[in-house]
Write a protein that binds this ligand. Structure first.
Ligand SMILES: Cc1cc2nc3c(=O)[nH]c(=O)nc-3n(C[C@H](O)[C@H](O)[C@H](O)COP(=O)(O)OP(=O)(O)OC[C@H]3O[C@@H](n4cnc5c(N)ncnc54)[C@H](O)[C@@H]3O)c2cc1C
Length: 393
């Protein structure tokens, strides 16, 4: 008898084939486990996305183990030094890969390049059923399995699985029984673009705290930086409307002289910033990973890397032979990920609030803190460890 896709037992269905969902499918394959991925976009639609992702050194190791890093290495720009400063004060901290026994502190890579490499690895594999242009509309977790409804080629379809993994980036399926999302809007937007400067980047990433909000310049390619400039929504929308010349002038006024004059800016885009996380999911046969599970401010470059670790650890738990979708398996995964995801959110939220606070005297304290951090090697080592590998559970 031929089985239809609706009655395959122990089937893992991943909703969302973005970087986190695709990483999970590959990590499961490595553990000898098959999966089905439902992705709403057309094949290759993400490959032109120029959004710059900051990958931690730990994320590189995950991609290496999945066999996709070799293809990506030539397109990634290493971050060898991170320079952290505050506008209007002298306190600053330098983190250097060479002091922490790592070839790099992290890498900058485009979303499109990463998606293309992951998609190719999936196509080369033999245990991942990838369905493009397949949009999930509902997940119904039940006592014995979860039911996923989706639309493909104008037809409504359903899959039953022992484990439904929601990796949709948190942008589509919010209304699932047993899942509650808490959202705090920062009222801030992130403006992203590419800029060229007078001086070479020397593989230095700059994180600068200004009264309007944190900004980051990440080395990207031979000469360019990717800019992430966060601030209040009305201030960011004003920045979007400036002419290129006026924008570059504003950028220089806020960033200072470290990279010389700003010469050129690419297309400017913005997106809203929020802190969103799930209350512990109590539904059986359902797990939520990546941005769908936690979305945070980009200030410390944590969100995306935490998502990749979600995928990697979930595959490890399933690879130990734990019964897919069982209460024990889900509890084990939640326990394993709690420290890292909650710690990442607290750390990020703390930085945003600390540096956005204009209480008199706090600015000098922050400056002193940055200067002090620079003088305390164990504190710096702790920070680098946390940024590279997250909080270990
Ligand atoms: C506009 C924007 C700009 C950003 N810029 C930056 C940046 O400059 N630097 C940075 O580090 N981070 C940035 N981020 C955050 C970063 O993109 C995320 O951390 C990362 O993409 C999370 O990966 P993910 O796989 O969890 O989710 P996503 O990348 O969002 O992937 C989710 C996937 O699920 C698919 N999907 C969604 N709904 C369904 C459905 N119902 N059925 C089937 N498939 C579905 C989507 O098509 C997508 O492929 C940005 C985010 C946004 C929204």
């Amino acid at each position: 008898m031929t089985r239809s896709t609706t009655d395959i037992p122990h089937h893992i269905v991943i909703i969302g084939g973005g970087p986190v969902g695709a990483t999970l499918a590959l990590a499961l394959q490595q553990q000898g486990l098959a999966s089905t991925v439902l992705e709403s976009r057309a094949q290759g639609a993400a490959h032109a996305d120029q959004r710059a992702l900051a990958l931690s050194y730990g994320s590189r190791l995950i991609l290496e183990r999945l066999g996709v890093w070799d293809e990506l290495a030539a397109q990634a720009t290493a971050i060898n030094t991170i320079h952290i400063s505050q506008r209007g004060s002298f306190g600053r901290t330098l983190l250097q890969a060479s002091e922490h026994d790592q070839p790099a502190l992290g890498y900058v890579l485009s979303y499109g390049a990463l998606s293309a490499a992951l998609d190719r690895a999936i196509a080369d594999g033999d245990s991942i059923a990838m369905h493009y242009q397949s949009e999930a509309s509902a997940i119904l977790p039940g006592p014995n399995h979860a039911q996923v409804s989706y639309r493909q080629q104008d037809a409504d379809r359903q899959l039953q699985c022992t484990l439904a993994v929601l990796a949709d980036g948190g942008r589509s399926l919010g209304d699932i029984p047993g899942m509650q999302r808490e959202i705090v809007e920062y009222g801030h937007d992130a403006l992203v673009s590419k800029v060229q400067c007078e001086l070479p980047h020397d593989n230095i990433a700059y994180e600068r705290f200004t009264p309007a909000g944190p900004m980051a310049l990440l080395p990207n390619g031979a000469r360019d930086f990717s800019l992430v400039w966060t601030g209040k929504q009305d201030e960011v929308s004003q920045l979007l409307q400036l002419s290129d010349a006026a924008f570059l002038q504003q950028l220089h006024a806020n960033f200072g002289d470290r990279v010389g004059q700003f010469l050129h800016v690419g297309k400017r885009l913005s997106f809203p910033l929020r802190l969103a996380h799930l209350k512990p999911v109590t539904a059986p046969h359902l797990v939520v990973i990546g941005n769908a599970a936690q979305t945070m401010h980009p200030v410390a470059g944590q969100g995306f890397n935490i998502g990749l670790r979600d995928a990697w650890e979930l595959a490890s738990v399933l690879g130990t032979g734990a019964e897919s979708g069982s209460v024990t398996m889900l509890e084990r995964y939640r326990e394993l990920r709690k420290t890292d995801s909650q710690g990442g959110m607290r750390f990020t939220d703390f930085l945003v609030k600390l540096f956005n606070n204009n209480i008199v005297g706090l600015s000098s304290l922050r400056a002193a803190g940055l200067g002090l951090l620079d003088l305390v090697p164990p504190a710096k080592a702790h920070l680098v460890e946390k940024m590279s590998f997250g909080g270990r559970g």
